[in-house]
Design a protein around this ligand. Structure first.
Ligand SMILES: NC(=O)c1ccc[n+]([C@@H]2O[C@H](COP(=O)([O-])OP(=O)(O)OC[C@H]3O[C@@H](n4cnc5c(N)ncnc54)[C@H](OP(=O)(O)O)[C@@H]3O)[C@@H](O)[C@H]2O)c1
Length: 428
């Protein structure tokens, strides 16, 4: 081993430039903390001519990230290009095959190919680290794999897409609708090239898939996640939820049930005064519950140059210190393929219904809910608009299946004017 750790950085965008800056600015600190001089040997990006605001002349240039990954003067391949497949995956595989350690910020690649990459890394005896892939600057991977390793994890929850949280927070603050705030995010550069990755809940679901694997010792299963984005959240629901003491968040939840692994990423109500309820703007939060620790709440910046580069450098430092843990906290070959379970655990639900102005309408709805085993905790009726009145119902804990049975029978009442809005309530 030399006392120098040489990085090859593929991708010089927001995160890559942030990493270059830390390596240059904090050389003495990094060396003091790791006992190694951390240096950049070579870099790669699509355009060689782009001014990236950092001096790159000291580093060798590779047009092809796969060539960068295989260079003899690279000990750690740092993948910061993105994309679940293509060059990111090819270069990561090439780096591991060439005996390099890998650090990546690429949640899409890990959510879709994490198991195979982990097996490759572990067979080669190399590290594959990805702190920056989940919740940006929050050290959540390290917390789960190391600090909480003595716990049986019972539930992991998180608000892990800052753009969605920004839109939902601003809807409540400003009274502006989803479409206006979507456009504002586009102008501010907050959206991914494919905005559906953000507002459709996919980016956050990639992160949840990774957390679930570590928390429950299961193979990453992105396809097993129930995903719904924030596109259908209305100002009306945000207002009614607030009236009932809740806020709407795009919340990821993973927990094991008797039937398998339940993972969902969808808009939910959370108590307004809870840690998740008070989370504003682009900040991320991950809540981890374990049998011994009870509850840990981690909060911090989920994206951006500095926070994401901070997480990448944490991984680089661990590699410099010689720490090589199994990729998902236990050997990849021991990770179970847990069957995906569809929300079987009971929870309270929020229902918004438009009821026609007929005598006994509420009683009919309550009867249908009761027949399906769904009992009402609270109910509020708002003034009529035209022929209908909005009624908000908060149920006691019930399964989604029971609720679906009741909703299926609602037409029979003859008083429900349009399809009810149903949102799960997660209590902390
Ligand atoms: N931005 C964040 O706040 C954040 C937070 C957490 C995780 N991440 C993850 O970090 C990774 C990078 O994100 P980013 O925001 O830094 O992306 P970005 O600003 O779009 O930068 C991507 C970089 O990759 C380079 N690149 C793309 N395709 C390439 C190829 N085929 N060969 C060589 N270079 C290629 C681009 O080159 P050019 O510059 O020449 O086009 C660019 O420098 C992604 O996986 C992302 O999901 C980002």
């Amino acid at each position: 081993m030399t006392d120098t750790l040489r990085l090859g950085i593929a991708g010089l965008g927001t995160v890559g430039v942030g990493v270059v800056k830390i390596v240059r600015k904090q050389a003495a600190l990094l060396s003091a903390r790791t006992g190694k001089s951390i240096e950049i040997s070579a870099v790669s990006a699509r355009s060689r001519d782009k001014d990236r605001g950092v001096p790159l002349g000291d580093y060798a240039w590779e047009d092809d990230p796969v060539d960068l990954a295989r260079r003899d003067d690279v000990d750690v391949f740092v993948e910061l290009m993105g994309g679940d497949d293509g060059p990111a995956k090819a270069a990561t595989e090439a780096a591991l095959a060439a005996g390099k350690d890998v650090v990546t910020a690429n949640k899409a690649m890990l959510a879709l190919h994490g198991q195979a990459l982990a097996e490759q890394a572990e067979a080669a005896g190399r590290a594959l680290r990805y702190e920056a892939a989940v919740a940006g600057g929050i050290p959540v991977i390290k917390s789960l794999t190391e600090g909480l390793a003595g716990n049986e994890i019972t539930r992991v929850m998180g608000v892990m897409n800052g753009t969605c949280n920004y839109i939902l927070t601003r809807m409540e603050e400003t009274g502006q609708g989803y479409n206006v705030l979507f456009d504002e995010c586009a102008e501010l550069g907050y959206l991914e090239a494919d905005p559906n990755l953000d507002v459709g809940g996919i980016d956050a679901a990639h992160k949840l898939a990774i957390l679930s694997s570590i928390a429950f010792g299961t193979q990453v299963d992105f396809d097993g996640i129930e995903i719904e984005g924030i596109q259908r959240v209305t100002l009306e629901d945000i207002g009614h939820a607030a009236d009932m003491g809740y806020r709407i968040k795009l919340l990821g939840v993973a927990q094991r049930t008797g039937r398998g692994l339940e993972q969902r990423m969808m808009p939910c109500l959370v108590p307004a005064a809870s840690p998740l309820g008070v989370l504003q703007g682009g900040t991320n939060m991950v809540v981890i519950e374990g049998d011994a620790v009870e509850q840990v709440v981690l909060r911090g910046p989920g994206a951006g140059e500095g926070p994401t580069a901070s997480a990448v450098m944490g991984d680089v430092c661990d590699i410099a210190r010689g720490l090589r843990l199994p990729v998902f906290g236990q050997p990849a070959e021991s990770l179970e393929a847990a069957p995906a379970a569809r929300s079987v655990l009971p929870a309270p639900h929020y229902l918004r219904m438009a009821l026609t102005d007929k005598p006994g309408a509420l009683a009919k709805v309550a009867a249908v809910l009761g027949e399906a085993g769904v009992s009402i905790d609270r109910m509020r009726q708002y003034a009529h608009t035209g022929d209908t009145a909005t009624v908000i119902i908060v149920t006691h804990k019930c399964t989604r299946a029971a609720l679906d049975t009741a909703l299926g029978d609602m037409d029979k009442t003859g008083v429900v004017a349009e399809a009810p809005v149903v949102l799960r309530i997660e209590n902390l």
